[in-house]
Design a protein around this ligand. Structure first.
Ligand code: HEM
Length: 487
């Protein structure tokens, strides 16, 4: 959720790997598995090996060989998150922290460092801080938010629709959540390419990450000052005026938490949903057949590729037991949606569709469960739906195995998603009315018909009313698709 120095990742680092089969590969003191360095490019495979070796809770090592448990079981992750009497998110209690073994420039320090925010608080203090956040969240009007997401999608598509090609990560997924969050927080004027670049850079942990992070925080500080002087009708104003009486520092830190948590997670979710819609035969078949709605596709991605792979960390408040392992007071445990969602005890068949089932771990659980999940889902649902409506013939512009990722312990980002489509004129945003998504016709691996290309939806007069939730394809669309495929 916070900026991080990424671990070695991706194919570029393969040259550093020790020879395959080397017995010392990835192991540290005590024979424990390292979660960093050579051999950890595919953390998913590593988690499965650890599950095999240790069961649902496995010991491992972080950078500098600091000990950590990784919770691989679905039930064990929930048990940990839902038992605040035994596990806390106060990272100051982590034994290596108390013993001074965590160097200030540890690559995971942005996650480890305790901050005065609800994500690290517990008990009454957690209730006070989180209460202000959830109350401010509750003032959001869902229909207005969905309408805004739709409008923002249209203006982003307008920026590239005449080109006939685009990178849906760099030109869409990395922009839409920032546009929406700036609007929700009450600083729509701060949304621009510079703000997107700063947030991306801060999260990448590059050389300029600190300056980029400051750029974002400066904007949030100015917003806090403005709204303290003159509250309005936005998330920030409601946070400030909440009876919990947050100080300016607390307000700014929670705006930072909300902006970065929302931004990073939703960029990943959007990118992953778009990638699956464009490449996964299960999705193509189901979507084209009209059986799967966009929200169901979003839920499937939240199971298969949760935007946060792991969350650092829960700390044991006393000696206890979890998943058959003896956990000592002060031990740290990763809450881990990525392996937890693949637990064979809840998903014996990984190819089976989850059909909208929401019991995945992508949004955490217990007292800290993500309070912004409706917003995250809305951005993905409405954004993907509206994009597919504007560009119904969008297709991947490279081979699927050419797609590149950056991976860290915390998350996995798609680097780019190149697509092509029939160039189209821009549409006047004010005249665009939300509609159900059309589904991309058959793509990779199947012959593409030369004509006709479905025309973009004709602009209709603006009508007041809610943005409809993406729904099942209308029958007319199924008939059109049958015709399109030559049946
Ligand atoms: C796809 C989008 C999102 C995902 C996958 C996601 C996931 C998560 C996860 C896993 C946690 C930690 C839960 C735990 O520690 O048990 C969390 C916490 C949090 N999220 Fe989200 N999130 C998303 C979007 C958002 C949005 C849009 C907002 C705000 C508008 C938001 C605000 C927060 C806050 C404030 C917390 C801390 C809550 C607490 O500690 O009490 N998130 N999120």
């Amino acid at each position: 959720m916070t900026p991080e120095h990424p671990t070695s990742t991706g194919p570029h680092d393969l040259a550093l790997d020790p020879p395959p089969g080397c017995p010392a590969h990835g192991r540290g003191p005590g024979g424990l598995q390292r979660l960093y360095g050579p051999g950890t490019e595919e953390l998913g495979e590593l988690y499965e090996q650890l599950r095999e070796e240790h069961g649902p809770v496995a010991p491992a090592l972080l950078h500098d060989d600091l000990p950590i448990w990784i919770v691989l079981g679905h039930a064990e992750n929930l048990q940990m998150a839902r038992t605040p009497s035994h596990f806390t998110k106060d990272t100051r209690l982590w034994s290596p922290m108390r013993e001074g073994k965590v160097r200030p420039d540890h690559p995971l320090m942005p996650h480890i460092a305790w901050q005065p925010i609800c994500a690290h608080a517990e008990g009454d203090e957690h209730k006070r801080l989180r209460g202000a956040v959830t109350s401010a969240m509750a003032t959001l009007d869902e229909r207005s938010v969905r309408r805004y997401i739709h409008r923002a999608t249209q203006s982003l598509v307008n920026r590239f629709c005449e080109e006939g090609r685009a990178d849906l990560v760099g030109q869409f997924a990395e922009h839409l959540p920032m546009a929406v969050m700036c609007q929700i927080l009450g600083m729509p004027d701060e949304y621009n390419d510079r703000m997107v670049a700063a947030a991306r850079d801060a999260l990448k942990g590059s050389e300029t990450a600190v300056a980029s992070h400051e750029y974002v925080v400066d904007a949030l500080s100015r917003l806090t000052t403005r709204r303290r002087a003159q509250p309005g009708e936005d998330f920030t104003s409601h946070l400030i005026t909440h009876p919990a009486g947050l100080t300016d520092d607390e307000v700014r830190e929670h705006l930072r938490l909300v902006l970065f948590a929302a931004y990073e997670a939703t960029v990943n979710l959007l990118s992953n949903v778009l990638r699956m819609v464009l490449t996964d035969p299960r999705f193509l078949a189901q979507l084209n057949g009209g059986e799967m709605t966009v929200p169901e596709a979003v839920e499937q991605v939240l199971w298969d590729e949760p935007p946060f792979s792991t969350i650092f960390a829960y700390i044991a408040k006393q000696d206890t037991e979890l998943g058959g392992q003896r956990i000592r007071k002060g031990d740290g445990l990763f809450f881990a949606p990525a392996p937890g969602n693949l637990d064979p005890r809840v998903r014996p068949d990984l190819s089976a569709h989850m059909r909208g089932n929401r019991s995945h771990l992508a949004f955490g659980g217990g007292p800290h469960e993500c309070p912004g999940q409706d917003v995250g889902r809305a951005i993905a649902d409405v954004g993907v739906d509206a994009l597919l409506t504007r560009l119904p013939d969008v297709q991947l512009d490279c081979e699927e195995d050419e797609l590149r990722w950056t991976t860290s312990i915390a998350s996995r980002h798609l680097v780019e998603l190149p697509v092509h489509f029939e160039p189209r004129p821009q549409q006047e945003e004010a005249k665009l009315r939300p509609s159900h998504a059309q589904v991309p016709p058959q793509r990779a691996g199947r012959p593409t018909p030369a004509t006709p290309t479905p025309a973009p939806p004709a602009p209709e007069p603006v009508r007041p009313g809610p943005v409809p939730h993406p729904a099942r394809r209308p029958n007319a669309w199924r008939r059109f698709l049958s015709w399109w495929r030559g049946y």
